[in-house]
Design a protein around this ligand. Structure first.
Ligand SMILES: [Zn+2]
Length: 128
């Protein structure tokens, strides 16, 4: 085997190890978010039905309901992003910035495995 080929194989191997590690983390996160959403929905139902007819109580209820809805929305969004990231790992397109098409920094992916854009593009979009 030539030196160059050897090097490439090693890179591929570490990349594969990295991807399988990322996938494990993503699946774990996906499951934990799904569980949180599930428990929120089942708790939410109970709370919403239980409470009485007084206006004041209802106002507090509505407030709480809206807060929970916002949180639930965030969780659903995160869940969607994680799902996308898992699909990308499987399709072999994981870790590519959706804005500029360049590889996303490994350091960034370690911190945020579901990241879809590189640091430069995030900075650009913040400046807009
Ligand atoms: Zn980018």
């Amino acid at each position: 085997m030539k030196k160059e080929e050897q090097k490439k194989t090693n890179t591929d191997r570490s990349r594969l190890a990295f991807l399988s590690d990322v996938k494990t983390r993503l699946v774990k996160e996906y499951n934990s978010i799904s569980a949180r959403i599930g428990s929120m929905i089942s708790k939410g139902k109970g709370l919403w039905e239980e409470h009485g007819t007084k206006d004041e109580e209802n106002a507090a209820e509505v407030n709480e309901y809206q807060n929970r809805l916002a949180l639930e929305k965030n969780l659903e969004k995160a869940k969607g992003e994680i799902e996308e990231a898992i699909k990308k790992v499987e399709a072999g397109t994981y870790g590519v910035c959706q804005e500029c098409g360049k590889p996303i920094e490994a350091e960034r992916l370690k911190v945020l495995p579901s990241a879809t854009s590189c640091i430069a593009c995030i900075k650009n979009s913040r400046q807009k």
